[in-house]
Write a protein that binds this ligand. Structure first.
Ligand SMILES: [Zn+2]
Length: 479
């Protein structure tokens, strides 16, 4: 039934143009005029720009003072700021088949917050994700473009359901074969039980096949050796932080020695020792290695801070809870219980750690390490709501010391380059996908202006602020 208005919309301007004097069919589906275009690569604003879009692609970007372009629809960008659609480079769709609908209902929240692309960082809903992304591509489902790792690779009896469990080379090859058959966009490693050898060998084998790898890392390994093997991105800051200790070798050996004892040392057991032995010169050397090997870092400051504050924060009245399916809310219980069971000393340490992690960010940026903005939103990650959590991440990246332009890069062009999609996404240029966000105020002046959304455009499809509100209303549940 949507065809009729679309046909009408297509025909009307034709008739009007015909009356005006044999003008041809509109060359563009959409033209945005008089916009301040934010160039995320240079951090500059180009005022009074016209962006012309056809078939979901940006066709040209010119000064509005030129001849008016014939288009089916025009959006007046006067006084507004146009940015590339945002990329959330760490989200999860997961929780088993009973949560498929609940996960699909998260998709509008991303769009409503200006996020037009997400990177799924591993879960157990891969077949559904492939269905959604086809439907999104075909315009049958409203949501961001999705990149996915498919199932995670981990060791035997892995923590997350659906993981591919590897111990030896044959199992690694088999796991990578299956991921290649699935045509996943990259390989995600997880560290709940994987051995140091299997971890490093998986990275090397994936590298040989030309597959991107990202991961958590077992503390039996070092980020330096993972980076040398070809690891493409380190998720979260724990593994970077471990490499900033001037006692990393002895701490790593202690973790290795503890493996076959009744009390193996986990990540959290050795973090205080790492904290005490943090050394700026060691950190600088690690950052140089990461920059040299093009190993990116996904800081996820927002979830880190939220979880550190979870024991004493009451989230029960968060307005966004109304848009999170109760089945997903039920998955929040585990982390909440864990947080409430923490000792006063653990709570205090987690806050110190969260503050310390903030200080790593500008140093990584300065060393030339690629930063990717990711929220870690999804089932099980309590109160990290899709959309607002990425905007919160960008605000924290700026608070940590990045310029708003650098934070924007981490959520646009850096993500596109990382996933080798920068030929068709990540900036506002002719030939790129029309994934755009029109803001009421300049995000380079204050990153919080990303919350002042006027219009979201995804592959040429326009959502006004009102339509975005209605779309989000449609997933509201009554409780
Ligand atoms: Zn995650």
């Amino acid at each position: 039934m949507k065809l009729l208005p679309r046909l009408l919309a297509a025909t009307l301007p034709l008739l009007v143009a015909g009356c005006a004097g044999h003008r041809s069919q509109p060359a563009y589906d959409l033209v945005i005029t008089h916009a301040n275009v934010v160039d995320v690569e240079t951090g500059q604003v180009r005022p009074n720009q016209t962006v012309a879009i056809a078939n979901g692609q940006i066709r040209q970007v010119t000064n509005t003072s030129g001849p008016a372009l014939v288009s089916r629809r025009t959006v007046d960008g006067t006084g507004k700021y146009l940015i590339p659609g945002l990329w959330d480079m760490h989200v999860h769709f997961r929780g088993g088949d009973s949560l498929i609908t609940a996960n699909r209902n998260l998709l509008p929240l991303y769009l409503a917050h200006g996020i037009t692309t997400v990177r799924d960082a591993g879960g157990d809903l891969t077949p559904s994700i492939f269905v959604w992304r086809e439907q999104i591509r075909a315009g049958q489902l409203a949501g961001p473009t999705i990149y996915t790792s498919g199932p995670k690779i981990d060791g035997p009896k892995a923590f997350w359901a659906g993981s591919l469990e590897v111990e030896n080379q044959a199992q690694i090859d088999k796991a990578l074969d299956s991921l290649q058959r699935l045509k996943v966009d990259y390989v995600k490693l997880y560290e709940s039980t994987i051995s140091r050898e299997a971890f490093l060998n998986t990275i090397a084998a994936a590298q040989k096949r030309g597959m991107l790898t990202t991961g958590h890392m077992p503390y039996t390994a070092t980020l330096r050796e993972a980076s040398e093997r070809g690891l493409d991105a380190s998720e979260h800051l724990y593994y970077v932080f471990k490499g900033c200790s001037n006692r990393e070798d002895s701490i790593t050996q202690a973790v290795q020695r503890s493996l076959n004892t009744p009390k193996p040392l986990g990540l959290f057991a050795v973090l205080p020792a790492i904290y005490r032995t943090y050394d700026a010169a060691t950190a600088a050397r690690l950052y140089q290695t990461l920059a040299k090997n093009h190993t990116a870092v996904v800081p996820t400051l927002y979830i880190q801070k939220l979880l550190a504050e979870l024991p004493e924060t009451d989230h029960s009245r968060d307005t966004l809870l109304a848009y999170i399916d109760p089945k997903i809310q039920a998955t929040y219980a585990r982390r909440l219980a864990g947080a409430r069971a923490q000792s006063a000393a653990t709570r205090a340490f987690n806050k110190q750690l969260s503050a310390k992690f903030m200080t790593l960010v500008p140093a990584l940026q300065q060393a030339g390490v690629t930063l990717l903005a990711g929220s870690d939103s999804g089932a099980s990650n309590s109160y990290v709501y899709p959309g607002t959590s990425l905007l919160g991440e960008l605000e924290l990246l700026v608070q940590a010391g990045l310029t708003p332009a650098q934070a924007l890069q981490a959520a646009t062009i850096n993500g596109a380059r990382f996933l080798k999609a920068d030929q068709r996404s990540g900036t506002i240029r002719a030939g790129k996908d029309a994934d755009l966000v029109l803001l009421n105020q300049n995000p380079l002046e204050d990153i919080a202006h990303l919350r002042q959304i006027n219009t979201v455009i995804t592959r040429g499809r326009v959502y006004s602020a009102l339509e975005l509100r209605q779309m989000v209303q449609s997933i509201k549940h009554s409780e």
